[in-house]
Design a binder for this molecule. Structure first.
Ligand SMILES: [Zn+2]
Ligand SMILES: [Zn+2]
Length: 258
């Protein structure tokens, strides 16, 4: 075979391989929105424009760094909204991804229901939340809010641990030494804040040999509703000697999206 023919053959092989890979890629990773399965363009980055639009609406507002609820930054007094004045929480500060509504609500619900591929978008959201928080540099350990082992067995994973694993931080590690020792009722079934607090009272403990004493920790969870779960976890961590407990959640429920 002369040189020209060899070159042509190589080009054809390359083109065929390229086409084959593209086709395979399209077959394996069809360009659809990970949330609603609408077709998307290559530059759309996992979500369709409608879902991105809703996500931006859910994540755009100002919030109180003590409770995570909607609050204009101009309404904060001593770093807390009017609602938080005089209230004590066991966690020191909170950072939230957004409001539990629209596409964000749908993604979090699906994520807990086997759609773990949503970790790409939710991990992105968690990282921008972390970067936007005032306490990122202080964190020494991320502590995912634990599930009771029976619930983890049924679901197959702890969604909070999956999110924690997506977090990029130069030094902080993940600790799973906070455990749920009592199976609690599903919080959405609870109505009043007092009932929610009773439901999670003494539900958590730390493992023997934990490394929490004197540490600055950041709880990681998917949703904060009344904050009863985060508060109980933070109380347990503080009793174990933690010097600070922050919280990072994907969404805060019970807020309106304008
Ligand atoms: Zn979509
Ligand atoms: Zn507040």
């Amino acid at each position: 075979m002369d040189n020209a023919r060899i070159k042509r053959s190589v080009t054809i092989v390359k083109q065929t391989a390229g086409f084959g890979l593209q086709g395979l890629n399209q077959l394996l990773w069809p360009a659809v929105c990970v949330n609603c399965h609408e077709s998307i363009g290559e530059g759309d980055n996992n979500l369709c424009r409608n879902c991105w639009g809703q996500l931006l609406t859910c994540t755009g507002g100002d919030y109180c760094p003590r409770c995570g609820r909607d609050a204009s930054r101009f309404a904060l007094v001593a770093g807390a909204c009017p609602d938080c004045q005089g209230k004590e929480f066991h966690f020191d500060k909170i950072a939230r991804g957004g409001v539990y509504a629209q596409s964000l609500q749908k993604m979090i619900l699906s994520f807990k229901n086997s759609r773990t591929e949503l970790d790409s978008v939710l991990g992105f959201l968690a990282n921008s939340t972390l970067q936007g928080s005032s306490f990122s540099k202080e964190i020494e350990f991320f502590v995912p809010v634990p599930l009771h082992w029976t619930r983890r067995l049924i679901r197959g994973y702890n969604q909070s641990l999956v999110i924690a694993k997506k977090l990029k931080h130069p030094t902080a590690k993940i600790s799973t030494d906070l455990v749920r020792i009592r199976r609690t009722k599903s919080q959405p079934a609870m109505t009043s804040p007092a009932a929610r607090a009773r439901n999670v009272a003494d539900a958590f403990a730390v493992r023997r040999g934990h490394n929490f004493a004197g540490r600055k920790l950041c709880l990681v969870d998917d949703i904060k509703t009344t904050g009863a779960t985060l508060n109980e976890c933070a109380k347990t961590l503080k009793q174990a000697g933690a010097s600070k407990v922050f919280a990072l959640v994907l969404a805060v429920a019970g807020q309106n999206v304008s």
